[in-house]
Design a protein around this ligand. Structure first.
Ligand code: HEC
Length: 239
C-alpha cells in the first residue's frame, strides 16, 4: 500500500518535470521559418495564450533585466557588482518579495530618482512602462512563468516590429551612454546603420563572424528574426 503511494508520487513528479520541459520547447513557436518570403499570406499567426493582464518572467522580465542590468561590468556572472548577480530567475528572486513590489529591492532601485537609481546615471532609467511591468510581475507573485506570444511575420515595420524588440531586448546595452561594441540601437538612424552593414541580422541570426545577440540571453524567436530580416530586405524604412 505504502509502496504504491510512493510510486504514484514519483510518477506525478516525473509528469510535472516532463510538462515543464515541454513548456520551454513551445516557447518560440517559430512561425514563418518555412514559407520563404510570402508576404502576408500563408501561415496564420500563432495563437497567443498570453493574458494581456499578466506579466511573464520569461517573455517580459528576463529580457528587460538582461539588457538593463546584466551587461558586462554590472550584475553579470563575472562582475556581480555589489555582490548582485541577476542572471537567473533564482538569483533575481533574492531581491524580490513576491506580491510586494513596494518592498522588493529590485523594484525600489529602478524607481529611485537620485544617484542610487538603477541602471545608474548616466545610463537612462527604465521607461515608465518597463517599471510598471516589473511592478506588475512582482505584485502578481513573481512567478517563473511564460506564455506563447503572438508574433506575425506579416508585421515587419520599424515601429510595429523592430523598435519593440530593440527597446525590450537590446537598448539597455546599446545606447549613447552604454555603447556595447560601439553599437547604438536607441534611434531609427542608429539601427539603420547596423541594418545596412549586415551586423544587425548577422548578430541576431547567430551567423558566423558575428557576436551572437542578445548577449547572454535567449536567441530571439524565429518569427522575430524573420520580422527584422523582412524589414531590412524591404529597405530598412522608418515606417
Ligand atoms: C547584456 C548586454 C547586451 C545585450 C542585451 C545586447 N547586446 Fe549587442 N553587444 C553587447 C556587447 C558587449 C557587444 C560587443 C561585442 C561582444 O562583447 O560580444 C555587442 C555587440 C553587438 C553587435 C555587433 C556584433 C558584431 O559582431 O560586430 C550588434 C549588431 C549588436 N550587439 C546588436 C544587438 C541587438 C540587436 C540586441 C538585441 C536583440 C543586442 N545586441 C543585445 C552587449 C549586449
Amino acid at each position: 500500500m505504502k509502496n504504491k503511494f510512493i510510486f504514484i508520487l514519483i510518477a506525478l513528479a516525473a509528469g510535472i518535470i516532463v510538462l515543464n520541459a515541454c513548456r520551454h520547447e513551445i516557447l518560440n513557436p517559430g512561425n514563418g521559418s518555412g514559407g520563404g518570403g510570402g508576404n502576408g499570406g500563408g501561415n496564420p499567426p500563432p495563437t497567443s495564450n498570453c493574458n494581456p493582464d499578466s506579466a511573464y518572467f520569461v517573455n517580459d522580465i528576463m529580457p528587460l533585466i538582461s539588457s538593463n542590468c546584466t551587461m558586462s561590468g554590472c550584475h553579470d556572472n563575472i562582475t556581480h557588482a555589489d555582490g548582485v548577480n541577476l542572471t537567473t530567475y533564482t538569483k533575481i528572486m533574492q531581491y524580490v518579495r513576491p506580491g510586494d513590489a513596494a518592498n522588493s529591492k529590485l523594484y525600489k532601485v529602478i524607481i529611485k530618482t537620485n544617484g542610487d537609481r538603477m541602471p545608474p546615471p548616466p545610463m537612462p532609467p527604465m521607461t515608465t512602462a518597463q517599471k510598471a511591468l516589473i511592478q506588475k510581475w512582482i505584485n502578481q507573485g513573481a512567478k517563473n512563468n511564460s506564455c506563447i506570444a503572438s508574433c506575425d511575420t506579416a508585421v515587419f515595420t520599424y515601429s510595429g516590429a523592430v523598435k519593440p524588440i530593440m527597446d525590450n531586448k537590446c537598448v539597455g546595452c546599446h545606447n549613447p551612454t552604454n555603447l556595447g561594441g560601439n553599437i547604438d540601437v536607441s534611434t531609427y538612424n542608429a539601427v539603420k546603420i547596423i541594418a545596412l552593414n549586415g551586423k544587425l541580422y548577422g548578430s541576431i541570426a547567430h551567423q558566423t563572424g558575428y557576436s551572437p545577440m542578445p548577449k547572454n540571453s535567449a536567441k530571439l524567436s524565429d518569427c522575430e528574426i524573420r520580422q527584422v530580416q523582412k524589414w531590412i530586405t524591404a529597405g530598412s524604412q522608418n515606417n
